[in-house]
Design a binder for this molecule. Structure first.
Ligand code: PEP
Length: 256
């Protein structure tokens, strides 16, 4: 089965509204719709930049994602944002359970699961991040950690919901460090993730789910990574902050 490549840029806490618009304008000028129709291309700005970016991508195939979502519809949750707010702002994707959220903001598999259900309720496409820490890899626990994150994170959703959910495998030791997992290491982890999804939802669903690699992906390594059987794209941090870097990476990922 062929799965459409999906490349998402996680801008993290970078780019105010004017800077975000300028970055999208550069992406549009350089690429138009050429690579953005062969791959699903998503940009995920900070909340306050979303409005400007939604405006800027109008008329292109570029989609907008958010970096978090709260599980409640509304209420006394200072600093949080709801699915309804994201949907009405023009957002189509949402990153859930990024390792920085797990590390600095107490995100757990249970909160990931609650946020995932909220995203699905509001018809947003979730990008759920999983991945092991360096010491977990070094002590041979990678598969155990991925299994726990998948079983906990995806508990209680339907097969149809799983099929449209995107998973991002992001080994924490590779994020922002310049250390990329080798294609073989990444492929092995992706295969394990797909096997776990098959165990929960069946082979047919597992074959549909797109699994992105994330962790120091750039133009120089994107082609080889995305050429792996179970790697269907990338979740990109640093290399998504400059239009030229992001476009080169997309082209490499598409094998151009
Ligand atoms: C990320 O934070 O999701 C990420 C993959 O970052 P970087 O590409 O900078 O390693």
């Amino acid at each position: 089965m062929s799965r459409k490549v999906i490349i998402a840029g996680n801008w993290k806490m970078n780019k105010n509204a004017a800077e975000g618009k300028a970055l999208v304008d550069e992406l549009k000028a350089a690429c138009g719709n050429c690579c953005c129709c062969e791959a699903d291309v998503v940009v995920c700005p900070p909340f306050t930049t979303i409005g400007a970016v939604v405006e800027a991508v109008k008329g292109t195939a570029i989609k907008v994602g958010a970096q978090n979502i709260h599980w409640a519809d509304n209420g006394a949750f200072t600093g949080e944002i709801s699915g309804d707010m994201l949907k009405s702002a023009g957002v189509e994707y949402v990153i859930i359970g990024h390792s920085e959220r797990r590390q600095y903001f107490g995100e757990t598999d249970a909160t990931v699961n609650a946020r995932l259900k909220a995203a699905l309720k509001y018809d947003l496409i979730p990008i759920v991040c999983v991945g092991e820490l360096l010491d977990e890899r070094e002590s041979g626990k990678t598969e155990e950690v991925l299994t726990r994150q998948i079983r906990g994170g995806f508990e209680g959703i339907s097969a149809d919901e799983m099929a449209k959910t995107v998973v991002a495998y992001e080994p924490v030791w590779a994020i922002g460090t310049g250390k990329t997992a080798t294609p073989d290491i990444a492929q092995a982890a992706h295969a394990h993730i797909r096997k776990e999804i098959a165990g929960m939802f069946g082979e047919e669903v597992a074959e549909k789910v797109r699994i992105q690699y994330g962790g120091s992906m750039k133009a120089a390594n994107a082609r080889e990574l995305v050429a792996q059987k179970d790697i269907d794209g990338g979740l990109i941090g640093g290399a998504a902050l400059k239009a030229g870097d992001f476009l080169s990476l997309i082209k490499e990922a598409l094998g151009k």
